[in-house]
Design a protein around this ligand. Structure first.
Ligand code: HEC
Length: 150
């Protein structure tokens, strides 16, 4: 084999390798969604992260009622309408829908517990409830990724 041929085989192999590897190494289920819907979902996601950050700051400064309000309005069952959840749910596999529902429920549960903390001053239950929200973020991200609908 000439070194020129060996080199071109090597470069073809290098070109193909990353694509083949990334498909194999990404264990998340691909969820097909039209681009506009993806843009919308990702914007919701960034708001989820902003909300979690604001809730943590509120807890840290003893503003438990504020943390509760943000959780219910922006992540809890109350937030579903604002987030156009009904339109998006149709694109999600059942398992993904279940994690989404679990996250909204966990946020509403956190809201009640954080409100209680404003009376008791006991933060530990609120922190536990907060971590139950985060566990749903983690579970969904570990299981699913978005790809363009054909
Ligand atoms: C029911 C599933 C689900 C839940 C629950 C969920 N996410 Fe996501 N999130 C996704 C998917 C799917 C993506 C896109 C991932 C991809 O395609 O790589 C995403 C992307 C994101 C992104 C990136 C947004 C961008 O601009 O691309 C952020 C930030 C994020 N999520 C935050 C959160 C936070 C914080 C929570 C919990 C409060 C959460 N998510 C809960 C499914 C979920």
């Amino acid at each position: 084999m000439t070194s020129g041929l060996a080199l071109s085989i090597l470069s073809v192999a290098l070109l193909l390798a990353p694509a083949a590897l990334s498909a194999e190494e990404d264990p998340r289920q691909a969820v097909r969604m039209p681009e506009m819907m993806q843009t919308h979902l990702r914007a919701n996601m960034r708001d989820h992260l902003r909300s979690m950050s604001a809730m943590q700051s509120a807890l840290a400064s003893g503003q438990y009622g504020v943390a509760a309000e943000i959780a219910e309005q922006r992540l809890g069952m109350t937030s579903l309408e604002a987030h156009d959840a009904r339109h998006m749910v149709g694109f999600m596999p059942e398992g993904m829908q279940a994690v989404g529902t679990a996250m909204h429920r966990a946020a509403s549960r956190f809201a009640v517990i954080a409100q209680d903390a404003s009376v008791s001053g006991d933060l530990s239950h609120a922190l536990g409830a907060l971590s139950e929200i985060t566990q749903q973020c983690v579970a969904c991200h570990a299981g699913y990724r978005l790809v363009a609908a054909p």
